[in-house]
Design a protein around this ligand. Structure first.
Ligand code: AHG
Ligand code: MN
Ligand code: MN
Ligand code: MN
Length: 332
């Protein structure tokens, strides 16, 4: 049968989406098309990240974004590529991007979906050739299709996501996503321009021995977190921190581990953004059997109050997240 042939040469993303079509709550195919649009943009961004040093698209763009960060050229390029692909795809009515101060209203009266995106995650690593990523969340708009975009469409808690995923531009380029029926990983075959299913049904190990945190801010950590870090050291865990959330998250998802970007005295809500970093990875983590909290509550239950709001993030193997929360609670 064709399915056995497909498995022997590898299932492409397109074929997988088609096979899973009946899993989608709204099997009219728009979400499938939207996932394809995102995959297409990621292939273009992949090509540009692979040649940044040659095409003079490395380095700073010369503007500061709403985060107060100096935008890198690739931040801007990736933002344009993804926004353009989502506009052309026709399924999306609004985009929230790390790189745009305001909601981008695509003026698309038939778009059913809202996308929140971090077009390029780990920008500080672009020029030193360390893995970077893209993170996205997909929601259905809440107000009637064709009506003006409202706050209700945009400020949705993470538990309303219909899909979420990330692209990892690493030693190989991977697309990992969920539509609420488990997590599947696809590896990009450059020579064919196709993503092939390489990591079916990804599962987070229940426990792990890797902790990822920027200990440079140790003196600003709350007491419970300091105690948890000492606990990790007593257990001889490995410290692994790349400075690219997607890469750290992906390694911990495969091997078991916890990634922490905590509240600090300088950044009481941490650094990572709820709408286009924490929510997407929290949905993926939970769909893979992992956990994601802000230290005391589930990320997916946080009601957003502002577009670029930040949240502390404790994410990865459920037993490790629970242990960290235990230490935080004990030292409140
Ligand atoms: P972005 O490049 O999208 O702004 O995100 C960067 C984030 C995340 O990728 C990374 O883990 C974290 O910033 C690193 O922050 P520190 O350098 O403060 O550790
Ligand atoms: Mn940034
Ligand atoms: Mn980011
Ligand atoms: Mn970014």
């Amino acid at each position: 049968s064709t399915s056995s042939i497909a498995y022997s040469v590898g299932v492409t993303l397109d074929r997988f989406i088609k096979m899973k079509q009946d899993d989608f709550p709204y099997a009219s195919g728009e979400l499938s098309q939207l996932l394809r649009d995102i995959a297409l943009a990621s292939k273009i961004v992949n090509r540009e990240t692979n040649r940044a040093g040659l095409a003079n698209i490395g380095g700073a763009f010369g503007q500061t974004n709403v985060q107060g960060e100096e935008q890198q050229k690739l931040d801007v390029i990736a933002n344009i590529r993804f926004t353009r692909a989502l506009t052309k795809g026709g399924e999306v009515c609004a985009v929230v991007s790390e790189e745009d101060d305001e909601v981008i209203d695509l003026q698309n009266g038939s778009g059913k979906y809202v996308v929140a995106i971090d077009p390029l995650d780990g920008s500080s690593n672009i020029d030193v050739n360390i893995s970077i990523g893209t993170i996205f969340s997909i929601y259905r708009r809440k107000t009637p299709v064709g009506s003006p975009i409202t706050v209700e469409d945009i400020m949705q808690p993470g538990n309303q996501q219909v899909a979420a995923g990330y692209v990892l531009y690493g030693s190989s380029t991977m697309l990992v996503y969920t539509t609420g029926h488990g997590v599947n990983g696809f590896t990009y075959e450059q020579s064919l321009g196709e993503f092939f299913l390489s990591h079916p049904e990804m599962k987070a190990p229940d426990d792990g021995k890797i902790y990822s945190i920027n200990e440079g801010s140790y003196n600003q950590f709350e007491e419970g977190l300091k105690q948890y870090i000492s606990y990790c050291k007593d257990k001889n865990y490995s410290a692994r921190y790349i400075g690219s959330l997607v890469a750290d998250f992906h390694r911990n998802l495969l091997k078991g581990g916890i990634y922490i970007y905590p509240a600090t005295t300088k950044a009481p809500s941490g650094k990572l953004r709820l709408l286009y970093e924490a929510n997407a990875l929290a949905y993926i983590a939970e769909q893979a059997g992992g956990a994601a909290s802000n230290g005391h509550m589930r990320i997916l239950d946080i009601d957003p109050t502002s577009l670029h709001e930040r949240t502390p993030l404790y994410i990865g193997s459920p037993k490790m997240v629970a242990k960290a929360e235990e230490f935080l609670k004990a030292h409140k």
